[in-house]
Write a protein that binds this ligand. Structure first.
Ligand code: NBP
Length: 483
């Protein structure tokens, strides 16, 4: 129902930016009994939403920002769902000029967390609350229940939390929404979520590729495997949709759709942001980085075309025992996935320490169980692990995952070595295994690196037996001095 805007400040929340995400969230809010003021730069989108879905609930149609702000109950709550970057700054500026102290502006777009830190600080100066909220789940989640990761001031969550929790996905009666932490923490956590999503998708892609190129399976047969996997430990949204994509037939050719899609993956940037941030924080997110680079490599079409026909050096035939190899791939996928999540949670811990956010990993695992793209049965295990020990040095060390990797380790090695012998690329499987081997190694070649650094740059080194920093006089008599 469209409520006449002359009736005064009636709406509990306003949504500006009514493209696919904004209009679905507005509908979700209205379906949950909230009166929603609608605004979009071009009025046509507002009218289209009202014409098509006005019956979803109570909406207030507005055209100007002043009208929009005037339609809201105090403290005013406005959700911005516009394109990230400059458009978000432009909309914030317009809104801030029309709003009053104590009002809340929520940015639900995919903002870079450092922009959110900057915006929150600037709006705080003006007496306004700014909440950077990561929203995951795509169009479908926005309409039927996303996972919501709101940052910003704790007190703003009191006015906002119940409203957001009412529209979030629910798992076992718990909403997939909680206050994440101050300023940019919500968008930071959403960024790492997307990074993990990249890794998860790449790992699934590598599993698919092994079935196709090592075992010679067609898309239908691979879809069957993924369908079966989705009833076990690997049960997840991404595994489920993988089976659906693989089953889909192309209407034009009758072939599997996946076989007529160009094999060049695109990216919008959140994976790249995750890796850049991880580099700044010094956290090895090798699985996520491999996934971002794998997309970049797939998109280097000219280079790839020129490289077709290069020596393969294939040293093996296809695996003789298809059932065993299938189980090996399942185990390798699970173990590599544990590594990808472990690395993502390491990055979250490092971000929390760097920005003084006091983030709670178990809460994140809880709100990622539903609504979002990486939702998975597996997240219950992560929640349990962090509930038991919030200061886990690595997810890999939690008893459940330690055992899972122990079970998977032989399969994992067989998959990586078989793929290598067959010349099939498995960057994420291989780098996850190497990460695991490096983490558990008693001694790493970093000792040699330190020796080299001392040789060419007098950068000094520590000794295993005596405290302090040392330097060898490499261009002198090669005796050691304390630095
Ligand atoms: P888009 O990212 O495509 O943005 C389109 C919206 O931005 C339209 O409402 C457009 O108004 C508005 N807009 C632009 Br563009 N420039 C503007 C400006 N200078 N001033 C005011 N409004 C402006 O929409 P979306 O795909 O619905 O995504 C919305 C946000 O949610 C983005 O930040 C996105 O990254 C994030 N997100 C998207 C997904 C997803 O699955 N699509 C998932 C999670 C988060 P107009 O109609 O007048 O052009």
């Amino acid at each position: 129902m469209t409520i006449d805007n002359t009736e005064g400040a009636r709406a509990q929340i306003g949504v500006t930016g009514l493209a696919v995400m904004g209009s679905n969230i507005a509908r979700n809010l209205a379906r949950h009994g909230h009166t929603v003021a609608l605004h979009n730069r071009s009025v046509a989108k507002t009218d289209a939403l009202l014409a098509d879905y006005g019956k979803d609930g109570d909406f207030v149609r507005t055209e100007t920002i002043e009208e929009f702000v005037g339609a809201l109950q105090k403290p005013r709550r406005v959700l911005i769902m516009v394109k990230a970057g400059d458009p978000t700054d432009a909309v914030i500026e317009e809104l801030a000029a029309a709003m009053e102290s104590g009002d809340i502006i929520i940015d639900g777009g995919n903002a870079l967390f450092t922009d959110t830190i900057r915006r929150e600080a600037a709006l705080r100066e003006r007496g306004l609350h700014f909440v950077g909220a990561g929203i995951s789940g795509g169009e479908e989640g926005a309409l039927n229940g996303p996972s919501i990761m709101p940052g910003g001031p704790k007190e703003s969550y009191e006015a906002l939390g119940p409203l957001l929790e009412s529209i979030a996905a629910q798992v076992d009666g718990t909403p997939c929404c909680t206050h994440i932490g101050p300023d940019g923490s919500g968008h930071f956590v959403k960024m790492v979520h997307n990074g993990i999503e990249y890794a998860d998708m790449q790992l699934i892609g590598e599993a698919y590729n092994l079935f196709r190129d090592a075992l010679g399976y067609d898309a239908d047969k691979i879809a069957e495997v993924f369908t079966e996997w989705n009833s076990g430990d690997l049960e997840s949204y991404l595994v489920e949709i993988t089976a659906q994509v693989l089953k889909q037939k192309d209407a034009k050719t009758g072939k599997a759709l996946v076989d007529v899609i160009v094999d060049a993956a695109e990216q919008k940037g959140t994976g790249r942001w995750t890796v850049k941030s991880a580099l700044d924080l010094g956290v090895p997110v090798t699985g996520i980085a491999e996934a971002v680079f794998a997309r970049a490599l797939s998109g280097s079409r000219e280079q790839r075309k020129a490289a077709v026909g290069l020596a393969s050096g294939r040293l093996a035939d296809k695996p003789a025992d298809a059932a065993q190899f299938t189980e090996d791939i399942r185990q390798a996928l699970y173990a590599s996935k544990v590594v990808a999540y472990a690395q993502g949670f390491d990055q979250i811990a490092a971000g929390s320490a760097e920005y003084d956010w006091d983030l709670h990993p178990a809460d994140l695992a809880t709100i990622w169980r539903g609504g979002c793209i990486i939702r998975a049965r597996f997240l219950n295990r992560i929640k349990d692990a962090y509930d038991e020990n919030p200061k886990l040095p690595s997810l890999i060390l939690a008893p459940y995952f330690r055992e899972a990797i122990e079970t998977a380790i032989d399969s994992w090695r067989r998959v990586v070595s078989t793929a290598t012998l067959l010349g099939i690329p498995v960057p994420a499987f291989a780098s996850s295994l190497s990460y695991y081997d490096a983490l558990r190694a008693e001694r790493l070649p970093a000792a040699l690196t330190q020796g080299q650094r001392d040789f060419f740059g007098a950068h000094t080194y520590e000794r295993v037996d005596v405290e302090g920093k040392f330097h060898t006089l490499w261009s002198g008599d090669r005796s050691e001095v304390q630095a």
